[in-house]
Design a protein around this ligand. Sequence first.
Ligand SMILES: Nc1nc2c(c(=O)[nH]1)N[C@H]1C(S)=C(S)[C@@H](COP(=O)(O)OP(=O)(O)OC[C@H]3O[C@@H](n4cnc5c(N)ncnc54)[C@H](O)[C@@H]3O)O[C@H]1N2
Ligand code: MOO
Length: 340
Amino acid sequence: MRKIKTSEAVGMVLCHDVTKIVPGEFKGPAFKKGHVVKEEDVPELLKIGKENLYVWECDKNSLHENDAAIRICEAAAGKNLFLTQPKEGRVNLKSAQRGLLKINVEVLSEINAIEEVTLATRHTNIAVEKEETVAGCRVIPLIIKQEKVEQVEEICAQSGPVIEIKPYRQLKTGIITTGNEVYSGRITDCFGPMVRDKLENIGCPVIRHDLLSDNSAQIATKIKEQISQGAEMVVVTGGMSVDPDDATPGGVKQTGAQIITYGTPLFPGAMFLLAYLDNVPILGLPGCVMYHQATVFDIILPRIVAGETVTRTDITRLGHGGLCLDCPTCRFPHCSFGKG
Ligand SMILES: Nc1nc2c(c(=O)[nH]1)N[C@H]1C(S)=C(S)[C@@H](COP(=O)(O)OP(=O)(O)OC[C@H]3O[C@@H](n4cnc5c(N)ncnc54)[C@H](O)[C@@H]3O)O[C@H]1N2
Ligand code: MOO
């Protein structure tokens, strides 16, 4: 900290608030600690009676908190993000388009292990809309050693993007609704329209929607038929649990698809099945997906549509945070459900 003439302070950083008082009108900081003095501030400061100021010695080895936060965000950000203007030393990263938020959690911890650096994000693998805030960064002191920011930049240069948004693909999708009660017309299909809405909302056109009875062989044939007709993803609804009429898992198996999982540590969604047939994802959706607002489908679908190949390990990790509390007013995605 050093004393400097106000007339010579342009570009310098204030290390205290400068208070202005106009009787009956205003009392408060006209300039805040950390403010970088601009040419036009000089007459204003002189009017408040400040001919001298205390400023930080900002040498070539130091950075102002605003510049540090900008550089850290720029280093950590991958595709489809933009930075906000610094506010009280904090810079946010926002999504430039909707998609799947990916965070390299290990590298994020490495960055936060550097003292005086803080970078906070939302959970990895969540679906975000355009212009949502996904991360925030600030350094702790007003002036930080440049080498700390360079350390962050080095880590990011080696690791690749720490934060990015993977855009969604427009996967042509086939829906197969199973259930004797629906096929026979005994009840109206509620599952198909609900799945169609979610698919269309994420940008996947539904190219086929077939109704079938609970018959594994027919389900297998229909899945293969939809794929041969151009389906890049197949979603089969119902018949996923333990009743004698539950034929969907057997039907998917009969196609010869590789079963990634039948059973997922997410409630609602435990009876979910995921398989791949020649890279085409096949999703078996249990009845709960039709009933609850947020389920396994909302967790897995964005990942598949963003081009991820979901593995058994991805599935088993979902247990942590996999329990939905079924709140009277659902706040998903702003809750812990599916953030494993
Ligand atoms: N003893 C056990 N019972 C259940 C288990 C279990 O492990 N042991 N699992 C439960 C879980 S978890 C789920 S989820 C449900 C439902 O699973 P399913 O996928 O087998 O559902 P369905 O039997 O096909 O149907 C249940 C219910 O939903 C109605 N439904 C189904 N599809 C449609 C449709 N397209 N439109 C309208 N309504 C539909 C159906 O008529 C039934 O009422 O199983 C638990 N039970
Ligand atoms: O697949 Mo079921 O949720 O757990 O209702």
